[in-house]
Write a protein that binds this ligand. Structure first.
Ligand code: HEM
Length: 428
């Protein structure tokens, strides 16, 4: 009797649960990948290959299509391939796609309530407040802070190459970035380049670390949003939340008490709070083409949407994957995509390419808020390195980069190794 019950149980589960879900794309008449639980679990959870490479596999599989239906575990997702459709989603029809589709539990995980994750009115209000953070005047001021950090960066690198000629450049660049955040965001003189204020660096590292628990939570967050809400899951650890919340609180308090102004992010937050109280380099570009730090972005349908040129209606809540990495490597837009060729960004060559085929910072109203700042930081750091050091490939360098399939963003598995020799010139 028991085996019979099991067989009936499996059949009922298949008929009432699996079958309606698995025919989702078929019913919509959208070209699609079929739903295979085991394959989906291994691709989404174990991330083999890396998310960037997997998105490219899917992109290539549907060559010639404008869009395709894919799966994130049980959740159907639209893969947008056509730059015109991507333009419509990111810009023209933003009103239908204003959310990234990330659920958060604000109470349990206050750090989750950030601009990247917010949607609807909350996103709109915060984005308009923060747009001013990168005005020309503020960027000018931050440039001076960046220059101070870049001098420290140069001197730390000079110290390292006294004893080693092969350097893993990712870790030291991450420390440079951490110091810049300390200066420009929190207004504190941290020095992780020389191993001081190391807690700042370990917390920074933890924010980007992807443990098994985080991987599981992210799958639940994207594929089973209701369950994520129900279990009140939080992605940021107690330690990270405590450290950052206390840092902001302490800095606020110190500035208020001493009446200190530094024109940085904390001052912007202070300004916002006061108002509320009263009234209620071409090479760099090619690098971002080949290795976009964020290899894909998502949007979620917020009002039911008809795919332009078709009668396919996408329901509210359906997510769409915009495969930045795969588009950047499509030979149709970038012939011989593995080749590093900064000339692809000459004005004439650029004109030949359709719009929305270069998206390292996303696009439309949710375009990366810190893009100008990030570009400035990279340029200032790189200039210091190029001015003072000669860099070359070494036996530990890997080409092409082997991707880290556990990293949150696009990253190399074995680090980025180069041989570094100081040139004679020494800046002050
Ligand atoms: C090379 C460095 C960086 C890259 C490649 C990058 C890339 C991106 C991308 C692809 C997005 C998604 C855009 C979209 O959905 O259309 C994004 C969003 C965002 N980025 Fe960046 N980013 C970088 C650095 C920064 C920095 C330094 C900051 C802050 C100082 C920053 C703040 C943000 C914010 C707040 C958002 C969310 C914007 C919104 O949803 O309204 N980013 N970034």
């Amino acid at each position: 009797m028991t085996p019979l019950l099991i067989v009936i149980g499996i059949y009922v589960a298949y008929y009432f649960l699996y079958r309606p879900v698995s025919t989702y794309w078929e019913k919509m008449r959208v070209p699609h990948k079929s739903l295979s639980l085991i394959a989906n679990a291994s691709e989404t959870f174990f991330k083999k290959p890396s998310p960037a490479e997997y998105s490219q596999e899917l992109y290539d599989k549907f060559k010639g299509e404008r869009f395709a239906g894919i799966w994130y575990f049980f959740a159907p997702m639209l893969l947008a391939r056509d730059p015109e459709l991507i333009r419509a989603i990111l810009t023209r029809d933003f009103a239908y796609w204003s959310s990234r589709g990330i659920v958060i539990n604000e109470k349990e995980d206050p750090l989750g309530e950030n601009l990247v994750n917010l949607s609807g009115v909350k996103w709109k209000v915060m984005r308009s407040k923060l747009n001013g953070a990168f005005s020309g005047r503020k960027m000018k001021h931050m440039f001076n802070m960046l220059e101070d950090c870049s001098r420290e960066f140069e001197s730390a690198l000079r110290g390292i190459v006294k004893t080693k000629d092969m350097v893993e450049i990712k870790e030291i660049s991450a420390r440079f970035m951490t110091d810049v955040i300390g200066h420009c965001v929190f207004g504190i003189q941290i020095d992780t380049l020389n191993d001081k204020n190391i807690e700042f660096r370990t917390v920074g590292k933890e924010v980007f670390e992807v443990t098994l628990r985080i991987r599981l939570l992210r799958v639940i967050q994207m594929a089973f949003p209701n369950l994520f809400k129900l279990i009140r899951a939080k992605v940021h650890s107690k330690r990270v939340t405590g450290f950052i919340v206390n840092l902001v609180k302490d800095t606020f308090k110190y500035r208020e008490e001493k009446n200190i102004q530094r024109n940085d992010f904390i001052d912007l937050l202070r300004e916002m709070r006061k108002k509320e109280k009263q009234n209620g380099i071409k090479d760099g570009v090619e690098t971002l083409r080949k290795y976009p730090t964020i290899p894909m972005i998502t949007r979620e349908v917020t009002k039911s949407y008809t795919i332009p040129g078709t009668d396919i209606v996408l329901p509210v809540g359906l997510k769409c994957l915009l495969p930045i990495y795969a588009i950047h490597r499509d030979p149709k837009y970038y012939p011989d995509p593995e080749r590093f060729d900064p000339e692809r960004f000459n004005d004439e060559v650029k004109r030949e390419r359709p719009a929305h085929t270069f998206l390292p910072f996303g696009g439309g109203p949710r375009f990366c808020l810190g893009a100008r700042f990030a570009e400035m930081q990279v340029k200032v750091g790189l200039i210091k390195v190029i001015e003072n050091f000669h860099l070359s490939l070494c036996e530990k360098s890997t080409n092409p980069l082997e991707q880290d399939n556990t990293a949150r963003f696009l990253g190399s598995k074995t680090g980025i190794w180069v041989r570094v020799h100081p040139t004679n010139r020494q800046t002050d």
